[in-house]
Write a protein that binds this ligand. Structure first.
Ligand code: GLC
Length: 734
């Protein structure tokens, strides 16, 4: 439709029809099945909803969706939108977001989103509530498992890659979907790590560290944005005019659709910041929030009343509804409301096979080898290997977002994966050893224990198998019930019952490899002493065990780099590498009482942001800079040589960090990631990696929140991770 036709359509609607477009309903309201991802208020205020509702969330059945569309169009001129949480894959499930960030490979990240879009569009989905780009530096928070890590630059790169993958070149295509970046804003910074809790943050910290990934989404033409559950400096993000209008609409020029998170509009009243829901309706409109997801605020009872009282004008309503109509128009739904209902089976098996290959490749690119003593890994193909741990009993290395529907491909069990390698000549045993959690864990949701009855029997078998093996591979970590929405923890550790098993195994066999399944950074201090090799695999998706075997037996090498700092102790959290300088800064190794430190733990993480090993070894040398001064508007370059001095080919991710040594009256971070390059080097090969340095990279929000680069000295570090200071050069901005 042309804009003129859209305007005519808008003008032809009644107030009830207009307000209906602004309501998003669960399928259950129409007696249909779907995933319930929040509190389902059965008394929610809905008008004659089937003929007026604008969109449905989290329905997963093509034929039922088609029927609902047809039923709706019997009494409406405007097709429904179907929006779902496609977070890290759909039929093909990829590693979770922090793992994708760990690939430091934007092209691969984009490819996973492209595949997710193809698969979900075929089912009938038009919009995904992804990417989630909330920066978080507090691993107690349950939803770090959905974001792209602690770093602003890396998260911004991932935000852009995911949106480009989902939205492709045009939303008109029938294999692209609209992306909805979330949760706007600062959801990952609750002041005590508990999900939904308040966020208090200075304007400068917000703009320097937490907002850029959302801005990267807007710059990538993201179609939608979702407001967050938390308060920002006291005001709910859903009705926070400063973020929703001053910054998002006026400063950034976002003209897409804004939607509330599930029921968050109704929750404003609970926060005690409004008199009633009618006031909320008015504030939502003033915040230019277009769709109310299951809040029941955008209905005749509240929004209709606000219009009646004159608190809200028809023009304000029309502005919101027009943005919704424009999105439906971009998707081509007016021309053909049924274009997306082709069904998953419409994707040929040859394409699905390629999707699985991408998912399998992403396992080794996203897994991070953090320890490999005496090159215990890779394991020779003729060794006796004992696979031990509760994850021996699992073939589903996906998480709750993939598990809210039954369309995902379930992977292989570890034994099935091992058996699929025809050239493995070793002896392999499999024992569960212990449950994921001990019985006395008080959790709302607990994983089913893989141990029936006598747990001792499982432990005895595991110890026996370990005694008879050359190498033990422990498959352990966090069951996904320990993270995710409302999944915050006070102790970010591996469940004690699993650690008890590991201690016993380590007494009978010292050659221990740990494959860690985790949704957040964990405290691995004890584990790092008991295992010779450790691979952090997060949740690697539906090709998980095949990808893990690829690494274990040397077909591939893990090449991930940590997107989070991994603490030594719980008490270090929140923990992140880009600490802001203080007057008491502490030099590691120097002993001085009056410096920034804990008395019982080093300041440093156990494993730093950007850290990761490989099956080979890389040497950095010859750092050089093209000029010691950078003139405004010009650029200089920094180069470093990287040589593969090991016996195997492999990937290395060179990382560029910059420190702004001095700024007027505001302290700056000790270093910030400003670039990276993942290079593949054959054994013995050397490459020169070069980074361009520009004035734009040096800009920050200064004391008065002006976005500037100040003259003065900068230090550049190019290395293997955020604590690698071996190769540094200086320059001056003049
Ligand atoms: C949930 C989540 C949000 C999700 C939405 C729809 O509460 O906070 O991330 O997209 O509801 O399922």
């Amino acid at each position: 439709m042309t804009n003129k036709q859209l305007k005519e359509l808008l003008d032809s609607l009644t107030l009830k029809e207009k307000i209906g477009q602004m309501f998003q309903a669960l399928p259950q309201i129409f007696g249909e099945d779907g995933a319930i991802t929040g509190i389902f208020d059965e008394n929610i205020e809905v008008d004659d909803v089937i003929s007026t509702v604008g969109s449905i969330l989290n329905m997963y059945d093509t034929e039922r969706m088609r029927k609902l569309q047809a039923q709706h169009l019997e009494s409406s001129k405007i097709p429904l939108l179907f929006m779902n949480d496609i977070i890290h894959g759909f039929n093909t499930v990829f590693p979770i977001s922090p793992a994708l960030a760990a690939t430091f490979n934007p092209e691969l990240i984009k490819k996973t989103a492209r595949i997710s879009a193809k698969e979900s569009a075929a089912l009938g989905i038009n919009v995904t509530f992804s990417p989630m780009v909330d920066i978080s530096r507090d691993a107690r928070w349950g939803r770090v498992c959905e974001g792209y890590g602690e770093d602003t630059y890396l998260s911004s790169i991932c935000s852009k890659a995911m949106i480009e993958g989902y939205q492709g070149d045009s939303l008109e295509s029938d294999d692209t979907i609209a992306a909805c970046v979330k949760h706007f804003a600062l959801y990952g910074a609750p002041y005590d790590g508990r999900d939904y809790n308040n966020v208090d943050m200075s304007e400068r910290m917000m703009r320097n560290d937490y907002l850029p990934p959302y801005k990267a989404a807007v710059d990538a033409n993201v179609a939608m944005i979702m407001t967050a559950f938390n308060n920002i400096n006291g005001t709910p993000a859903t009705i926070n005019h400063h973020t929703n209008v001053d910054i998002l609409r006026d400063e950034w020029g976002f003209d897409g659709v804004s939607i509330t998170d599930y029921g968050s509009a109704k929750m404003c009243y609970n926060a005690g910041v409004v008199e009633n829901h009618t006031e909320t309706a008015q504030l939502l409109i003033e915040n230019k929030v277009d769709i109310d997801m299951m809040g029941g605020i955008y209905g005749m009872k509240y929004l209709g009343k606000a219009v009646e009282s004159g608190a809200v004008s028809i023009e304000q309503i029309d502005e919101c509804v027009m943005r919704i109509l424009e999105l439906k128009n971009k998707l081509g739904l007016f021309e053909n409301p049924y274009k997306y209902f082709r069904g998953s089976e419409s994707i040929p098996e040859s394409e699905r096979k390629n999707h699985r290959e991408v998912a399998r490749k992403s396992v080794s690119e996203s897994s991070t080898l953090v320890k490999n003593e005496n090159e215990l890994l890779p394991i020779a193909k003729d060794k006796k290997v004992a696979f031990i741990g509760p994850f021996v009993a699992s073939n589903d290395l996906t998480t709750h977002w993939a598990q809210i529907h039954d369309k995902r491909e379930i992977g292989l069990y570890i034994n099935e994966a091992v058996n699929s390698f025809t050239d493995l000549k070793g002896e392999y045993s499999y024992s569960i050893g212990c449950p994921y959690l001990s019985d006395d864990e008080e959790l709302l949701e607990k994983p089913e224990s893989p141990c029936e009855n006598d747990v001792q029997q499982y432990e005895k078998q595991a110890i026996e198998n370990a005694k008879n093996a050359d190498t033990v591979v422990m498959l352990m970590g966090e069951p996904h019930q320990l993270f995710g929405e409302s999944g915050s923890r006070t102790e970010i550790t591996i469940p004690e019952i699993q650690m008890e098993l590991l201690r016993k195994i380590s007494k009978v066999n010292e050659n221990i490899v740990v494959i860690l399944f985790n949704g957040r950074p964990l405290v691995l201090s004890e584990l790092s002493k008991l295992a010779k090799s450790i691979i952090v695999s997060w949740y690697p998706g539906s090709q998980g065990y095949l990808g893990i075997c690829d690494m274990l037996f040397g077909y591939t090498s893990p090449s991930g780099r940590l997107p989070f700092s991994f603490p030594r102790k719980n008490g270090q959290v929140p923990l992140f590498y880009s600490n802001i300088a203080t007057g008491h800064d502490h030099e590691e190794g120097q002993f001085n009482k009056f410096t920034l430190r804990y008395i019982d733990t080093p300041n440093t993480p156990l494993y730093p942001f950007g850290y990761g090993l490989s099956y080979t070894e890389f040497k950095y040398s010859n750092p050089s800079i093209s000029s010691s001064t950078l003139k405004r508007g010009e650029s200089i370059s920094v180069s470093v040589d990287i040589e593969n001095i090991g016996k195997r080919d492999g990937y290395e991710t060179a990382q560029l960090y910059i420190r702004d040594v001095k700024a007027k009256l505001v302290a700056r971070p000790l270093k910030q990631l400003k670039g990276f390059e993942k290079v593949f080097l054959k054994s013995g090969e050397k490459k020169t990696v070069t980074f361009e340095i520009t004035e734009e990279m040096l800009k920050f929000y200064d004391k008065d929140c002006n976005f500037v680069a100040e003259n003065g000295e900068f230090i550049i570090y190019v290395g293997a991770h955020s604590m690698d200071n071996r190769n540094s050069v200086k320059f001056e901005l003049i």
